[in-house]
Design a protein. Structure first.
Length: 368
């Protein structure tokens, strides 16, 4: 087996990765500096905690869409992900969650692993919908309990300023659900209070939240001043590179997501995003009124974008793999070391994918 520059928690190793029954059994080699050779890079597989769709399919379409979406994203190096719902009527969310609960139990060959669900709405502020359909409502614990019975919900996006949501944040965070602040008109003070109640991250930082002003810092200010974790969409369209740098300096474990839609991996045209029709053109996805509606970003391009704005490859990788794994408490993902899942991506020196492995399975994405 040929050698690689393997990124491990202890630094770069020039050598080879050995795996058995889906897990890394050894990383053999010596510490190195990749600048001293021209070998490929072997990085932990990308973990995307915000995926609405891909390959022309949307999560809200249900069971028939899931395999297409996971097969699409694995082609771009995403080895595991959170299936992300849209704001919708209760019965529609329940249907999709029931089907996702079954799908999460087994990973089809040639697909990324679905780690669970990111419930993005309906517990958001109707005044800050962004591209979410207008089915927002106040969270009720009985409703959330039913959703939790249907599927492994790992993350819930919530607007903390809505009456009653502080209690829900406290109760659900104590049960291990990651409560994220997003789609919100909340104040800085309400953001800080939500963090104190147990909220742990911010959904697509800067987008669909009250902005930073020097006399009214808003939710963005609360994140920059106090957050350990936050999502960011690094497509260079949702967030200016300068604002990305601010977040990278302020939030220690900032991690990147795609917020990808059905348009990811597809040509320009019209696609579904929940109950909306969106248009892909000029590298973005928008509603008819021009509102950004998710993205067409893939995680391999996210890596290249982070490097483009100045991050070293190891740090860019951390924000696409290790930090999202750490955020969910997944010690066996997001890093290449003995005992971890054999999830990895090989990239050439121009940072383009050549190979993908999920839980020890080599993905034949080039002929997909």
């Amino acid at each position: 087996m040929s050698e690689d520059n393997i990124l491990t928690p202890h630094g770069w190793i020039r050598g080879r990765l050995v795996h058995h029954e889906g897990k890394v059994s050894a990383v053999e080699g010596v510490l190195c500096d990749p600048a001293d050779n021209d070998l490929p890079y072997l990085l932990p597989g990308f973990i995307d905690l915000h995926v609405h769709g891909g390959g022309g399919k949307d999560i809200m379409e249900g069971r028939s869409a899931f395999e297409t979406i996971t097969r699409t994203h694995v082609r771009f190096g995403t080895t595991s992900l959170l299936a992300t719902t849209m704001t919708a009527p209760v019965e529609e969310i329940s249907r999709v969650l029931g089907e996702l609960g079954q799908f999460c139990e087994n990973r089809p060959a040639g697909s990324a692993r679905v780690l669970g669900v990111h419930l993005e709405g309906p517990y958001i502020n109707p005044g800050k919908l962004g591209a979410q359909p207008n089915f927002a409502h106040t969270a009720l614990m009985a409703e959330v309990e039913e959703y939790l019975r249907l599927a492994p919900i790992r993350v819930i996006t919530i607007a903390p300023e809505i009456a009653g949501h502080d209690g829900l944040i406290r109760a659900l965070s104590q049960r291990g659900v990651r409560m994220q602040i997003g789609h919100t008109l909340g104040s800085y003070e309400e953001g800080v209070a939500a963090l104190a109640a147990g909220a742990t991250s911010f959904t697509h930082l800067y987008n669909a939240m009250s902005p930073l002003h020097h006399r009214e810092p808003g939710i963005v200010g609360a994140a920059l001043a106090h957050a350990t974790y936050a999502e960011l969409i690094p497509d260079l369209l949702h967030v200016h590179p300068g604002a990305m740098r601010v977040a990278l300096r302020s939030i220690p474990c900032l991690y990147c997501v795609t917020d990808s839609t059905a348009a990811a991996g597809m040509p320009d045209g019209e696609y579904k995003l929940g109950s909306h029709t969106v248009t892909k053109c000029l590298g973005g996805v928008r509603l008819a009124d021009g509102t950004l509606a998710g993205s067409t970003l893939t995680m391999d391009q996210a890596l290249r974008n982070l490097v483009k704005i100045g991050l070293p490859i190891n740090e860019a990788s951390q924000r696409l793999s290790q930090f999202p794994a750490d955020y969910l408490g997944l010690e066996q993902r997001g890093r290449l070391q003995p005992g971890s899942f054999a999830d990895c991506v090989r990239l050439d020196r121009s940072l383009h994918l050549t190979d993908v492995m999920v839980e020890g399975e080599t993905i034949d994405f080039k002929n997909a």
